[in-house]
Each structure stands twice: as C-alpha cells, then as structure tokens.
Design a protein around this ligand. Structure first.
Ligand SMILES: Cc1ncc(COP(=O)(O)O)c(C=O)c1O
Ligand SMILES: N[C@@H](CCOP(=O)(O)O)C(=O)O
Length: 463
C-alpha cells in the first residue's frame, strides 16, 4: 500500500513513513493510492466482534508491510485498554431512528482519543526500530492537543509542542494540556485563533531546514493515520444498526474535516452510507462552500462549540482531491489561490461531485443552546455543544426511513459553561479527573510568529 500527496509532487510513501512524516513535502496531505474495500460478507462479519477486532480488520488493508499482524493487534489492544466503556464507542437511541455514537469514553473525553491513542502506540513501535527521535508539533482548538499530550507524555524519544489559541479553549481543555508535568510536553498559547495555529504548524513543515533539523512529525488529522483510525467506528456503529443489509446516515460535527472524511473513506470501502452530513456552527465555511461553490474563509468567530471554530479546514483538501478526479495539480492550484487571494472557487463538476457525497447544515448559537436544553428534557441526557450542533443539523437532514447516527464528539463535562447556560446544570468530570483544577499549570504564551515559535522549540526540545 502506497500513499500519494494531494498535490501530486511529493514522494510516494509506505504507511509508516506517511504516518511519521505528517504533511507531504509539497504541502499536500497523504492519501492511499487506492482505497481497499470490504465485501458485504466481510462487513456483516463485523457484527458481534469486539471493537479491537473490528479495528484490526478495517485498518489492516491500509498498513501493507509497515507493521506485522502481531504489532498491529498489540497496538490496537493497548490503545483501547484505557477506555471507560466496554464497547469503546457505544450507541444510544435519541429519538425514533436517530442515534448518538458516543465517542467520549477515552482518556481525554473526546473522539480524538480513538486515533491518538492508537498512533501513540504505532509511533512507539516505528521509532523503536531505528532509534529515531522526533519533535511533534500540533495545532489545536482544544481536543487534539489534550489527546496528543495524553498519548505521548513521558516518551523518551518524542517531544510534543501544542499550539492552542489563547483564551479560546474551555478551562477543562486548557488544563488538560497545561497540567501534565512531564518535561517532553509543552503547551503553547498562541496569540491568534486556531487557523493561525494551524498555519504556523504547516509553515514549520514547509520550512525544510527547521523540519529536518528537529525531525518534525505531525499528529493533526493532516496525518493519514489519524483519519484511518477514525474509519473504524463508522463500521462498528453502522453494523450494529443493520449494515450492510440496510444503509445508515451519519451527521458529523465538523471543523477540520478529518472525522467526516473518515466517514467518506468508510463509504468508499463499501459501507452503505446514505447521507453523510457536515454539521457546522457559525464558522460555516464548509456549508457555504457546498452550497455556493465559493471557499472564502472570513475569520474565525468564537462560539460555544470552540473545537469547531475553524475556517481553514485542512482535510477538505483530501475531499477536493477526490472531487477533482485525484488531480494533484488542480488541488495545488486551488491551495495556491487560497494563499494568494484568500479564497478559491470550486469548479462546477467538482462542486457536483462534492454535493453527491456530502450533505451539510449550519446552526446558530441559540439553536445549539436550545438543542442542549431540549435533549436534556426529552431524554435526560446532557450533550456537549459540538454534539448539539450535530443533533440539530441531523434533525434537519434526517430521512426518517434511514437510521441517522450523530457523532457525539466530546463529553459534556469538557464544556460545562455552555451546558450550564443551556440547562442550569454543570456536568461533573469523571472521578479520575477530579483534581484537574487543583494541579499547577505550565504554559508559554507565544506570538503568532513563525521564527519565535521555531526558536522556542529549538531551545526546549531535548537532544
Ligand atoms: C469535540 C469536537 N467536535 C467536533 C470536532 C470537529 O472534528 P473535525 O475537525 O474532524 O472536523 C472537533 C475538532 O476536531 C472536536 O474537538
Ligand atoms: N478540533 C480540533 C482541531 C484540530 O483538528 P485535527 O483533527 O486536525 O487535529 C481540536 O480539537 O484540536
């Protein structure tokens, strides 16, 4: 299995190198040369197996000879051992034919743990082979950062630097990043928004002298391995509702487009997905792009679902690559236009191709709050604001004849202020995190400036 860049001008790599590389050297994102498929019988056979076994069967065809069967099975077992639910990704009913897929039972209470715990394990196997040291740099709007720190804290051959937008993540999210005391992890509060943080991370990858001198690696969903691990729960949840014998739909609270792109991959692997719905908050660039064909970021607007406060959505590049018939030159041109003019237009053909595979919707802040309150009244459940955005959009786009699964992407206790504002109730953190607010914080404020950030990383990383 080989991986190619969405911009068509970087070396093709095997799975392990694509994973350790992060961003391709032409600025693009790695995708598999071909997407392997599972037959209807193979999909049906996922029914009743453990989450770990399903993960092995879904992921194995993408790995080639990068990891042995035993290595992959071991990594999967260790990755999910710390999850607080036997099913790992349980599904609960919300309303007739509408279900929630709970993705917040991992160590940091958000869906990011599904991928980050696994790639933490795979990185360790790959790095142990040649004694390599790496420097991981990540951008976060709150959840990727805590999941990455949890997965890599204390590792002797990895230094982790996480850039988060100062003042724009919840207190729980910030403390999850700033309270671990291992000296290989560094929380950096950037004076800017998430798009600035992500842009600086990409700048570091495109600055080859720096990239090579620190052995840079990325764990944002620019990393294909992140997306791949997230494909699994589309299969397990759909099969539990009758796939492949009947189709299901998914609504995905969306920001950087990694999670919904994983659903797109599941569909291409053969999972019968009817609608794949992008749910956005007021940062609705993806919904606008799908409906108008114009991709025009207009500045991140802080919201009560802060993890989705993103306007430059990384993995949309992967969807564009597919929509443009895997034409790397065309994608490179669009990305160049975005850099030079701050916007691009999607061609008519590519726009139609996108609308064929993705549906979309957007909800306001008031609708999000009203949804949290209504779900509490009707089902007794508290949901996080990102999940509420998903539920509200799912209700708009639901064909009642087809089961709809909305991804519950984070635990409500990560966003207690929004939940309290909506319901008057403040959700409690799990017991194991009860000292989060009494631990000392360690954080460095950094300007939105590439050289300043690179210098800091050079000084702090261990050699
Ligand atoms: C809780 C939560 N929901 C939804 C999203 C959006 O997911 P994606 O960036 O994969 O589109 C994020 C951030 O990624 C998140 O942390
Ligand atoms: N919402 C994310 C933003 C980064 O997304 P990623 O999936 O590309 O890592 C976050 O919580 O950090």
């Amino acid at each position: 299995m080989r991986y190619v860049s969405t911009r068509g001008a970087a070396p093709t790599l095997g799975f392990d190198e694509a994973m350790l590389t992060g961003l391709a050297r032409d600025g693009g994102l790695y995708v598999p040369e071909t997407v392997p498929t599972l037959s209807p019988d193979e999909i049906a056979a996922l029914s009743g197996v453990s989450y770990e076994e399903a993960a092995y069967r879904v992921i194995r065809p993408f790995i080639g000879d990068s990891f042995t069967d035993d290595e992959l099975r071991g990594a999967i077992e260790r990755a999910y051992a710390r999850f607080g639910h036997a099913a790992r990704a349980p599904i609960v009913q919300l309303a007739p034919n509408h279900f929630l897929l709970e993705l917040f039972h991992g160590p940091t209470l958000a869906f990011k743990d599904f991928a980050m715990q696994l790639i933490g394990q795979l990185f360790q196997i790959a790095l142990a082979r040649d004694g390599r040291r790496i420097t991981i740099v990540g951008a976060t709007s709150g959840d990727t950062g805590s999941a990455a720190i949890e997965a890599f804290r204390g590792l002797p051959n990895v230094d982790v630097f996480i850039l988060f937008p100062e003042g724009r993540v919840s207190d729980v999210q910030r403390r999850q990043m700033t309270t671990p005391d291992e000296d290989n992890v560094h929380a950096l509060a950037i004076q800017g928004d998430f798009d600035d943080a992500q842009a600086r991370v990409k700048d570091m990858f495109n600055h080859f002298e720096f990239r090579d001198s620190v052995n840079l690696a990325g764990v944002n969903s620019i990393n294909w391995a992140r997306v791949l691990a997230q494909v699994v729960y589309y299969f397990t949840s759909a099969v539990s509702l009758g796939a492949p014998h009947r189709p299901v739909s998914f609504t995905v609270p969306t920001g950087n487009f990694g999670d919904i792109y994983a659903g797109h991959v599941a569909r291409r692997m053969g999972l019968p997905i009817d609608r794949l719905v992008i749910a956005t908050n007021q940062n609705d660039i993806l919904h606008r792009c799908l409906t108008t064909g114009e991709y025009r970021p207009d500045g991140v607007k802080p919201s009560i679902s802060p993890s989705m406060d993103i306007q430059v959505s990384s993995n949309f590049e992967r969807a564009l690559f597919d929509a443009y018939g895997r034409d790397g030159k065309a994608v490179a041109q669009l990305m160049d236009e975005l850099k030079r003019n701050g916007a691009f237009s999607v061609s008519q053909g590519a726009g139609e191709a996108l609308r064929e595979v993705f549906d979309s919707g957007r909800v306001s802040e008031d609708q999000t709050l009203a949804t949290i309150a209504r779900i509490r009244r009707s089902t007794g459940q508290l949901v996080c604001p990102h999940t509420a955005v998903g539920i509200a959009v799912a209700e708009l786009r639901h064909d009642p004849a087809v089961p709809m699964i909305t991804l519950a992407t984070a635990h409500p206790a990560k966003f207690p202020d929004a939940v309290e504002q909506a319901t008057g109730e403040r959700p409690a953190l799990p017991d194991r995190m009860s000292d989060l607010f009494s631990r000392p914080e360690r954080v460095t404020s950094v300007p939105n400036d590439l050289s300043a950030i690179e210098n800091l990383i050079q000084q702090r990383r261990r050699r």
